[in-house]
Design a protein around this ligand. Structure first.
Ligand SMILES: NC(=O)c1ccc[n+]([C@@H]2O[C@H](COP(=O)([O-])OP(=O)(O)OC[C@H]3O[C@@H](n4cnc5c(N)ncnc54)[C@H](O)[C@@H]3O)[C@@H](O)[C@H]2O)c1
Length: 335
């Protein structure tokens, strides 16, 4: 059976992705994360390596024991954590990513076939500073002006993906570069099943989880702060769909994907419609508000729609009515 590597497997996206891949049963899933997985998560993987992607010994051990068809490289430090510790963010997000890209290239050489390398980039690669029309939906090539260490790291790996990737290369060049690099620029992701940590879009899911637990919560950005979001189910669908897309249909290596664009206040009001007693207020954290101010308010994902048929399953109302509110209620009521 083909082997797939998931780095950052114990994170929010990793958890969900492993469940989908395991249910499908087409792959042996190899996980890697700094943090020990739960026994339930470990059971879904053929192997799980607890360790640091900066540790060359660990990367060599994984390389000796496996040969991957696909890699989902999710390990990283998120935007707010990255601003608090930019040197560590650079180490993990750039040098760690290089280590995993090199491992995938060596597997491609062993297999004489490119390895599909899925990378999760972010809207943090964009910068709205000085933009006279900040409300428009940005296309992939517009306003690529990252302001955070996280955004700079993500954009650099996107560039390396093109450098090492087989796209637009001659047969001669393809002998030297052998990654089938595919990248999604994700908006903020909302999940009822897991809690985010260290991201700047976390106020959305944090309001939801706090309300369902009856805890008071102070949103760290202004009510009017608007961002693109999607639910975790759509994020995993996008990762799987792009990883399986016919290479000849892909006109680029980096794709925007979007679910819905809403303000913090719109999310707060929707949550209050179901949790009327919830104590959801605001206490703006200036460094996090500054990050949000630089990020796009909407994303144009028409390239993904045209090239590989991307369609989110959940628009704003459906996401909350059918998925997030019922799931978060179940999670905290113990049903
Ligand atoms: N969640 C979002 O809203 C969002 C949006 C855009 C992009 N992304 C990207 O998607 C990826 C996964 O995000 P997530 O939400 O699951 O984040 P997460 O923080 O929940 O998961 C990241 C995982 O990486 C692991 N990790 C960190 N440093 C490591 C290291 N040095 N070695 C091994 N493992 C390490 C962490 O332990 C964690 O389990 C990240 O690269 C993130 O930048 C996430």
């Amino acid at each position: 059976m083909a082997e797939v590597l998931i780095t950052g497997a114990n994170g929010e996206i990793g958890h969900s992705l492993i469940h989908f891949l395991a249910e499908e049963g087409r792959y042996q899933v190899v996980g890697c994360d700094l943090r020990e997985p739960t026994p339930a998560l470990r059971r879904l993987c053929s192997h799980f390596y607890v360790g640091n992607i900066l540790d060359q010994g660990l990367v060599d051990e994984i390389h000796q024991n496996h040969c991957f068809d696909k890699v989902f490289h999710l390990a990283g430090l998120l935007s707010s954590s990255g601003e608090k510790n930019p040197y560590l963010a650079h180490e993990v997000n750039v040098n760690g990513s290089m280590n995993i890209m090199k491992l995938a290239q060596e597997d491609a050489n062993r297999r004489h076939k490119p390895v599909v390398f899925m990378f999760t980039s972010s809207i943090a690669v964009y910068g709205l500073q000085g933009d006279p029309n900040p409300d428009r939906a940005l296309k992939e090539h517009e306003n690529v002006l990252p302001t955070t260490m996280y955004g700079i790291n993500k954009h650099y790996i996107e560039c390396l993906g093109d450098y090492f990737g087989v796209r637009d290369k001659s047969m001669e060049e393809q002998r030297m570069v052998n990654l089938d690099f595919r990248c999604l620029r994700f908006p903020g992701i909302i999940s009822a099943e897991s809690m985010p940590s260290g991201g700047t879009s976390d106020f959305g899911p944090e309001m939801l989880h706090a309300a369902a637990q009856g805890k008071s919560y102070k949103c760290f950005v202004k009510p009017e702060a608007k961002l693109p979001f999607m639910v975790m189910q759509d994020a995993v669908k996008a990762l799987l769909d792009l990883s399986r897309a016919d290479m000849s249909k892909l006109t680029r290596s980096v794709y925007n994907v979007n679910g819905f664009s809403v303000s913090a206040e719109t999310i707060r009001r929707r949550i209050l419609a179901d949790f009327a007693q919830a104590d959801l207020g605001y206490e703006v954290v200036p460094f996090r508000q500054k990050i949000i101010d630089s990020w796009p308010r909407d994303l144009d994902d028409s390239a993904a729609r045209n090239d590989w048929g991307w369609r989110p399953d959940y628009a704003f109302e459906k996401a909350f009515d059918d998925l997030l509110i019922p799931s978060v209620r179940r999670r905290y009521s113990g049903d």
